[in-house]
Design a protein around this ligand. Structure first.
Ligand SMILES: NC(=O)c1ccc[n+]([C@@H]2O[C@H](COP(=O)([O-])OP(=O)(O)OC[C@H]3O[C@@H](n4cnc5c(N)ncnc54)[C@H](O)[C@@H]3O)[C@@H](O)[C@H]2O)c1
Length: 316
């Protein structure tokens, strides 16, 4: 088997369907042994069935790849630890964690219920933290034992987490939390040979049903989940060791960096401001700053991109 991930071992959460399934298939096609995690829940996180994870394993094995199914619930510390242990017990090592699992319970702030908040934060933010925590302790132990570590954690955020999306308050907040988990864990794990990056994907899945721009048109299917997976495979590979703490927008034929918060327009004096002075200052600063980017249109799905230097090189 050849490919950019030969001999690597990857865990993909939520890999029974949608984007996770596409990532698992691509990682296997690139030579990785894959732990296909999915408890097979409904889009709101309820129910459970082992079928989706088993089906993806069967698909990988039919293609000559190596995979094992796991139905752990990654929103708990115990489930995340069990999943990491499954990888180690089955394949003897771990190189890559792709935190992809997700659910939605879309609500506006004014009618959001506590259990809806907890469920969505639980799978996205707690699940990403729990998986990262147990992967991190494994990578650190390996590094301290003197073994070479080329570890990868690849998180999944969203345009909603980057820019906000009315109607998806909890989901957006959880995905924004994952952005900072990415930045801070990248800082903490660099010394152990581990990179941490995030993707904000775009694809037609059951979760995104009804979102604008995802319909299958003529020609290149920009909303095919598999379009997002080559970037995941490359980030999972040993080749990407110099790239960490980055957030990538991906979808269709688009791949690009999302620039994060940075110090912006400002004013400074050598004493505390008085509240009644700020009316003459803040509006000017706001005017000097670019307006916030919005969630839609999502890059890669609108067909207006593909003109950057890298795209020109790829088309040659
Ligand atoms: N589809 C898009 O356009 C899009 C855009 C931005 C971000 N995302 C993100 O991509 C990821 C994948 O979403 P998708 O669109 O493929 O949705 P999907 O519903 O097709 O797949 C999500 C999978 O996660 C699994 N899952 C849910 N709870 C889990 C848990 N506790 N433990 C383990 N697995 C669990 C589900 O069973 C399901 O198979 C999510 O994090 C989502 O927020 C998707």
């Amino acid at each position: 088997m050849s490919g950019v991930c030969v001999d690597r071992v990857a865990v993909v959460t939520g890999a029974g369907r949608g984007l996770g399934r596409a990532h698992a298939l691509e990682l296997a096609a690139q030579g990785a042994a894959v732990v296909v995690n999915d408890p097979g829940v409904a889009v709101d996180g309820t129910g459970a069935t082992a079928g989706p994870a088993q089906d993806v394993v069967a698909e990988i094995e039919a293609g000559g790849g190596r995979a094992v199914a796991d139905t752990s619930d990654i929103s708990t510390w115990a489930g995340a630890e069990r999943l990491i242990t499954t990888a180690l017990n089955t394949f003897g090592r771990l190189d890559v964690v792709v935190n992809n699992a997700g659910i939605t319970r879309d609500r506006m702030l004014f009618n959001l219920a506590e259990d809806e908040w907890n469920a969505v934060i639980g799978v996205h933010l707690t699940g990403t933290a729990a998986m990262s925590r147990f992967a991190a302790s494994y990578f650190r132990d390996e590094s301290k034992a003197g073994r070479a570590v080329n570890g990868r954690i690849i998180n999944t955020t969203s345009a909603a987490g980057l820019y906000g999306n009315a109607g998806q308050l909890t989901y957006s907040a959880a995905k924004a939390g994952i952005l900072n988990l990415t930045l801070t864990s990248a800082l903490e794990l660099a010394r152990y040979g581990v990179t941490v990056n995030a993707i904000a994907p775009a694809a037609r899945t059951r979760m995104s049903a009804g979102a604008p721009g995802l319909e299958q048109g003529e020609g290149f299917d920009r909303a095919d989940p598999a379009n997002n997976s080559p970037l995941v495979a490359w980030l999972a590979s040993a080749e990407s060791s110099a790239v960490t703490g980055r957030v990538f927008e991906v979808g269709g034929g688009y791949v690009g960096l999302a620039d994060g918060w940075s110090h912006g327009a400002h004013a400074e004096i050598d004493r505390r401001w008085n509240a009644d002075e700020l009316g003459a200052v803040i509006p000017g600063l706001v005017q000097q700053s670019p307006a916030p980017t919005t969630c839609f249109p999502i890059p890669g799905l609108v067909g207006t991109v593909g003109t950057g230097p890298a795209a020109q090189a790829a088309s040659r």
